[in-house]
Design a protein around this ligand. Structure first.
Ligand code: C2G
Length: 129
């Protein structure tokens, strides 16, 4: 079984997230999503609209996702890759190069972001309503 992992906040879920998750799943057979806790979002300087529990429940309902785990630190990735026997880490290419240190433990794949959509844009557009 080829196992894939990806990390993110996944707030106000949109087609950019879905496109990422769909392509990540196509790479393997089992997709793990590590979703940022509210505390880790504070560290990332991100304020999610939905809580960790809500974002976790939404991700668990997506057909491409097999397991959702918490992302609570920058440092947990090596431990996760070992613990879950991960073959590939997948991230959008806004992270290109940032996780190359993991190539010692698994393949690292950066996929093109979906253009024109983001949680920030959604929030800004809604503020204009
Ligand atoms: N993404 C995408 N296209 C978009 C928006 C997001 O492909 N239009 C991807 C991002 O590149 C990322 C994933 O969707 O791989 C989740 O995006 P965010 O929730 O914004 O995650 P981020 O804040 O980048 O957190 O340790 C890594 C961090 O937790 C990543």
């Amino acid at each position: 079984m080829k196992k894939v992992i990806t990390y993110g906040t996944f707030d106000l879920l949109h087609t950019g997230h879905i496109n990422l998750l769909r392509r990540a799943k196509e790479i393997g057979d089992f997709l793990i999503v590590a979703v940022s806790t509210d505390e880790f979002n504070d560290l990332k300087g991100k304020k999610a609209y939905y809580t960790f529990e809500q974002r976790k429940a939404i991700l668990e309902a997506i057909r491409y996702v097999d397991l959702v785990i918490p992302e609570y630190s920058w440092e947990q990735k090596v431990e996760d890759v070992k613990k879950y026997d991960v073959d590939v880490l997948v991230m959008g290419d806004d992270w290109k190069g940032k996780f190359d240190f993991l190539k010692e433990y698994c393949d690292v794949c950066y996929l093109p972001r979906t253009v024109g959509i983001s949680t920030t844009k959604t929030k800004m557009d809604l503020n204009k309503v």
